[in-house]
Design a protein around this ligand. Sequence first.
Ligand SMILES: [Zn+2]
Length: 101
Amino acid sequence: MILRLLTSAGPRPASASYGDDSATADGACPHCGATPFRVAGCGVRPSADDRAYEADAKCVSCFAAVGTLRAEAETIFGVREDEDVCARARVYDGRKPARLA
Ligand SMILES: [Zn+2]
């Protein structure tokens, strides 16, 4: 998975943090100067090009909107199709759906 912070000044590489729900982007926050530049995403959605998930990014230190956090997924058919296939797999995992029991 490739993680980037898309800003008005261009994309910045980012890495996921595993201790919480934040990510760390290269550089400093353009609003408060915080380093490390930790950002949190909210409003996760499939990207317009269907190759990634995107979320509105806010600085964890000052809560300013700093761009869009983009997580590019390894997908052949697109993230929306992957979600649909995974939903069907849960239905056909060997158990009968409740309405057929
Ligand atoms: Zn900040």
